[in-house]
Design a protein around this ligand. Structure first.
Ligand SMILES: CC(C)(COP(=O)(O)OP(=O)(O)OC[C@H]1O[C@@H](n2cnc3c(N)ncnc32)[C@H](O)[C@@H]1OP(=O)(O)O)[C@@H](O)C(=O)NCCC(=O)NCCS
Length: 381
């Protein structure tokens, strides 16, 4: 590509306003993220993932009665059709977990009772579809993992909320309350994040008056990349390489000296720290104490201190998420699929918002190729 700079063109669309939203807002100077006006720190530390999903999809915090009804609907919608499991089984050995999720949601679309929706902009139908998409995410993520590892999926257990049901279907038994709390908080913190790449891609898809499932499949495909969703897995790979608190300082100084990117640190938007990392660090360290394994928290402290001193760069949400999930015994290849389990709520909220006031998204581009070339018959080339 040319190195020419153009007026009104920003590579990567950095700084370009891509739309108007009332789903979430980042206040960069204060490292604050709000979902519909509520600080995510409050939602994660005082609320539940389901309250957050309700807020994102319906625009307000639920009353207790509304939350009970929402949880009952999620409960009734958690199971996935056997044909979705068949589709997961049809994936080639070694298929990337995110590709398995795309396959599952593509097949699931046709089993939605409102698949034949007449008007793709119908708000109420789209909310109902979003709730089904959200409800089934833990069963899809765990079935994909279990099938890929030669195991049968475990059916969801009635009465368990999203985080608890995910852990149950993954491990085959219910986990303790604090383990569920850590998972629940991480889902809240991963649920939504303004116009990131996958959310924007999801909005582009639905803006053609395609459907909300297609938007979700687009979102998953976009989140798969290591520049977006994959950082939590890479952060854990790095922590495993560091291995011990004794090794941490030398490891990170050496990595910085050789200009390595430290996974789980830095952010395009937040320059003075990612607010989501604060509460997740707290609970990740607490789960370490409860499990009698404070090693990862100790390594994290040392790495954070050196990064602050040397680069003035802070951890992002993926750093504490990585060792929190590790301490919960979650396989590393599930870290990005867990992100999907949370983010389907944000993607859906954006898809609905887009369709409520739709206009096709179709940017312009600058052409740099040749023009006016004479066509030469194939036999004369
Ligand atoms: C997230 C990220 C892509 C944001 O990048 P960005 O805003 O484009 O910032 P840049 O990559 O231009 O970095 C600016 C400077 O900070 C440094 N920097 C940024 N993140 C860094 C990191 N994680 N480790 C080491 N140095 C980092 C860059 O090397 C660069 O330094 P220089 O000016 O001396 O060359 C980047 O911080 C990163 O790659 N982080 C690691 C991956 C990650 O955790 N992603 C999840 C994000 S939620």
């Amino acid at each position: 590509m040319s190195a020419t700079t153009y007026e009104n063109y920003s590579p990567g669309l950095q700084g370009v306003i891509g739309g108007i939203t009332s789903v979430s807002k980042i206040t960069v100077e204060e490292s604050r993220l709000e979902y519909r006006g509520y600080n995510v720190h409050d939602l994660a530390s005082k609320g539940s993932f389901e309250e957050t999903a309700y807020l994102l999809l319906k625009g307000k915090l639920p009353t207790q009665a509304e939350l009970d009804e929402f949880n009952a609907t999620l409960d009734a919608e958690r199971a996935i059709p056997s044909q979705v499991v068949d589709a997961l089984r049809a994936c080639a050995p070694g298929t990337h977990p995110m590709d398995m999720l795309k396959a599952a949601y593509s097949v699931l679309a046709g089993y939605d009772p409102e698949y034949d929706q007449e008007d793709p902009t119908d708000h109420e139908v789209n909310v109902r579809k979003a709730i089904r998409i959200l409800a089934k995410a833990p069963a899809i993520v765990t079935a994909a993992y279990r099938v890929a590892n030669g195991k049968d999926p475990i059916a969801p257990k009635s009465g368990l909320r999203t985080a608890a049901n995910f852990l149950y279907m993954l491990h085959g038994e219910e986990q303790d309350e604090y383990t569920e709390l850590v998972m629940d908080a991480s889902l809240t913190l991963y649920a939504e994040h303004t116009f990131n790449a996958s959310t924007f891609a999801c909005r582009v898809t639905v803006a053609t008056l395609s459907d909300i499932y297609s938007g979700i499949v687009t979102g998953i495909g976009t989140l798969k990349g290591p520049l977006h969703g994959g950082a939590n897995e890479e952060a854990m790979a790095m922590l495993l390489e560091v291995g011990s608190p004794e090794n941490a300082e030398a490891w990170i100084r050496d990595a910085l000296a050789t200009k390595k990117k430290i996974m789980g640190f830095g952010h395009r938007e937040y320059k003075v720290g990612d607010g989501r990392a604060i509460y997740l660090t707290e609970v990740a360290k607490e789960i370490g104490r409860r499990k009698g394994n404070t090693k990862w928290g100790d390594i994290a402290d040392i790495m954070e201190k050196v990064m602050r001193e040397e680069k003035n760069i802070y951890p992002n949400v993926d750093f504490p998420a990585a060792y929190a999930y590790y301490l919960l015994g979650i396989p590393i290849e599930l870290y990005t699929p867990i992100f999907v389990m949370a983010r389907v709520s944000g993607w859906s909220a954006h898809a609905i918002e887009q369709l409520d006031n739709n206009r096709l998204i179709r940017p312009s581009c600058i052409y740099e190729g040749d023009l006016d070339k004479a066509y030469v018959e194939i036999q004369n080339r």
